[in-house]
Design a protein around this ligand. Sequence first.
Ligand code: UGA
Length: 443
Amino acid sequence: MNVTVFGTGYVGLVTGACLADVGHRVLCVDIDAGKVDRLNKGDVPIREPGLDALVARNLAAGTIAFSTDAAKGVAHADLLFIAVGTPPDEDGSADLQYVLSVAQTIGEAMTNRKVVAVKSTVPVGTSDKVGERIATVLAARQSTLQCDLVSNPEFLKEGAAVSDFLKPDRIIVGTASQRAREVMKELYEPFNRSNDRTLYMDVRSAELTKYAANAMLATKISFINEIANLAERLGADIEEVRRGIGADPRIGYHFIYPGMGYGGSCFPKDVQALGRTATDVGYDSPLIAAVEAVNNRQKHALFEKLATHFGGAAALKGKRIAVWGLAFKPNTDDMREAPARVFIEALWSAGAAATVFDPVAMDEMARIYGSRADLTFAADKYAALNGADALAICTEWQQFRAPDFAGMAERMPSRLIVDGRNIYSPERLSRDGWTYLSIGRAP
Ligand code: UGA
């Protein structure tokens, strides 16, 4: 099947590459000419396991190509995906200008009936707006052509996007059109051979499913963080509580890890946008607002522990803190909304310096903050400890889990660790003479 994907960001590129890999002929369209050139040479701008190989393989096979020519994109296929960005604007609502500008182009360039599938995460009602925009443009052209609208949200996790796409938990297809349903069924058939995981529903339910999934996961995280903060004050251990509640299959073990709050490009943006949507329809949702408020507060928790340990933020002036982990989660260099940023910015505000190490996000850190006197990049995790007054763990990379504590104590005689991800055993560290402050566990 011929398929066009508008937008070569995270979702668009992974979608295009995975669809090409099962044999569909995919044209990916983006307005960024530099990016399109790079992609046509097999140079993938994002870091995602397996994606480089997939793009290279399909470029060589001729099953994927990249172009800036939107009209060519419309002509290439009868199934058009919209996967462009929807950044939050000032008030937290999703900015739809890119989505609607693709709709405009489709309306202007189409010469036969198309299935238009919206894959970007968009507020409920957006797919209808896409349909309206296309219809308006067609009417202005005095055309009687038609479009079949689909909402087909994506559920990829960064760091596992390719495997999530190839082995989906579910495929959500929201449409009122039987024709579109059949096209989507054929498209996803290669991913559904052993077990059809497609759920068909109406457009608005599909759009809301995406937000509800992310908001539910974010709620689990804010909930466990809230209980962690309580556990600390009650002399309980959140890790025991986590295991205790996770054992109930109705609760489950997933997404109840306490920490520094959720970050990344999805949860913060989507929870905010859902709250905004609720307000727009005149519904007061204290729960959604609380999920966000708890998360914002949690991002400061680690800094507060450190400051309290030293007797207040003012006492951090002139101190040097080693930071392990910058990315918002392991296996990515993405630092969007990363809790590490809140922690490090708080250090700087208090007049402390940071020596940072992350296995892959150091370039991103340098890109965001540039060079500054109170920021040092360490060559490796141990080098970050030289001259440091404390170590802060901000991302739970595998390589931080079982370090050489004896060697670390030689480099950092203060033996002080503040851990935002609870990766060590408090008993073990206290036995070796460390002061270890973590989340939801009394020191
Ligand atoms: C998230 C969802 O997991 C995907 O299903 C969804 O498709 C995607 O957003 C999206 O909407 O595009 P992602 O942002 O890649 O994926 O990251 P997650 O692995 O979900 O982690 C999000 C944040 O929650 C991270 O900062 C992580 O450290 C934090 N987290 C996660 C916790 O603090 N505790 C947990 O138990 C789990």
